[in-house]
Design a protein around this ligand. Structure first.
Ligand code: GLC
Length: 422
């Protein structure tokens, strides 16, 4: 497909329109603040036409990094009554105001990419500052979110995974006590069709977990040890392994030998540890409960991040490719967020079927790097076709290609510019 300049222009216009001065909202209305991993991908989009603005997106996010090293999942730079839960509900007491949980650690991988595009100068000032911030954030994960000591990532809220409503979390969420939640007013269903959003009972559980963190004064040690939701997320485990590899490249470039040694050790730990997530009966890496040890036994788009993380032996990779191939039987477009036929699969409902292009992008990048260029190209061209057919939606039905969630979505525009429209 040759690049269509009309879509390039639309994509740039979306990023400019969603720009609030130094940061970009994912989409007006539904998500009116700065989101952590959204900003990382958005920076890749800006980088195609405004390099300073790309770096600035990440610097603004980092301005909200916590003293303990955590980069929060939302930064509330201004008020907006149209969103729940807002800063008063989180009550983290930080400045700028932010939520008390994190999101997928993809930042170091983006910083490496931007720095290489700029010529890979070890003296690059922005890279050096962001390198230090990413290292602190990775150490936060290593310190607070590796309860099994095997290099994987535990999440204490399903919103941390970025795949908010995936069926992977259902069993653990079902055990969350919602009796003390009290009354609250959801805002998401005022912006988009409720059939595309989480159900009320699920939302109560999300709020209950938030309230637990707030009651702990956002003490991350206490939350990690005693929280009501403790899942080892396959997506974040793969993303952090990849991010550690990318951060290692930066550490070596600036001759930070102690950090490089530390990162090499973490990488080796995660490479071995990842097998704890391998579910042989399913033939895929699956999220697993840290408390009960139970595997979700579900194939999601995150399972294929194994290629991006560079893990898996020949047999495991072969079985993952077989699962991808199996998905093409019911999906006209790759990659669905949940395999069709799985419990609660729904091609329109949030993370239970629809395609998110940022996950597809990482998977395609990994497949290309690992010698599966044909699959990478299939995913890229499917992604471009979805945008060309439906517009720059938050997500898309793998069956019909119809857009779902918010429209004029920043990271979808960024993915067009930086990847699938190319
Ligand atoms: C939803 C997604 C999450 C994303 C946010 C903003 O909550 O699940 O991954 O960061 O929207 O786009």
């Amino acid at each position: 497909m040759t690049r269509d300049p009309r879509f390039d222009e639309q994509a740039r216009a979306i990023l400019r329109h969603n720009d609030r001065g130094g940061y970009t909202v994912p989409t007006p209305g539904l998500y009116p603040f700065q989101w952590n991993w959204d900003s990382a991908f958005v920076a890749l989009g800006f980088a195609t036409f405004d390099r300073d603005r790309a770096w600035q997106e990440i610097e603004t996010l980092i301005s909200a990094q916590w003293a303990d090293g955590m980069i929060p999942h939302i930064v509330f730079h201004q008020d907006d009554a149209g969103y729940f839960p807002g800063p008063d509900v989180w009550a983290t007491g930080t400045m700028p105001r932010s939520s008390g949980i994190t999101q997928p650690p993809v930042l170091a991988s983006v910083v490496r990419q931007l720095w290489e595009q700029d010529g890979a100068d070890p003296a690059h000032a922005q890279m050096r500052a962001l390198y230090a911030a990413c290292l602190r954030s990775h150490r936060w994960f290593h310190t607070y979110r590796d309860p099994l000591g095997n290099g994987l990532v535990m999440v204490t809220h399903n919103w941390e995974t970025g795949r908010d409503n995936s069926s992977e979390w259902d069993d653990a969420l079902a055990r969350v006590d919602t009796s003390g939640v009290g009354a609250y007013q959801r805002r998401d269903t005022g912006h988009v069709d409720a059939a595309m959003r989480p159900r009320q009972a699920e939302y109560d559980r999300y709020v209950a977990i938030l309230q637990f963190g707030r009651a702990c004064g956002w003490n991350h040690r206490q939350i990690a040890d005693h929280g009501p939701f403790r899942m080892i997320d396959v997506g974040m485990s793969m993303e952090l392994l990849r991010a550690n590899r990318d951060l290692l490249v930066l550490a070596e470039a600036i001759s930070d030998a102690p950090a490089a040694a530390e990162l090499r050790a973490r990488i080796a730990l995660s490479e071995t540890g990842m097998d704890w997530l391998w579910n042989d009966s399913v033939g895929a890496y699956c999220s697993r409960d840290a408390t009960t040890g139970e595997s979700s036994a579900l194939v999601t788009n995150a399972s294929f991040l194994a290629f991006y993380a560079g893990v898996g032996n020949a047999d495991q990779r072969g079985r993952l490719l077989a699962a991808l191939d199996r998905m093409t039987a019911s999906a006209r477009f790759l990659i669905p967020s949940l395999e069709a036929g799985s419990r609660d699969y729904d091609h329109r409902r949030y993370w239970r079927g629809p395609i998110w292009l940022v996950v597809s992008y990482m998977v395609a990048q990994g497949l290309a790097e690992q010698g599966h260029g044909d699959w990478a190209e299939r995913i890229r061209s499917d992604s471009a076709a979805l945008i060309a057919q439906a517009g720059f939606y938050e997500s898309f039905s793998p069956e019909t290609g119809e857009g779902s969630g918010g429209a004029d979505f920043s990271w979808t525009a960024a993915m067009w510019l930086a990847w699938c429209g190319a």
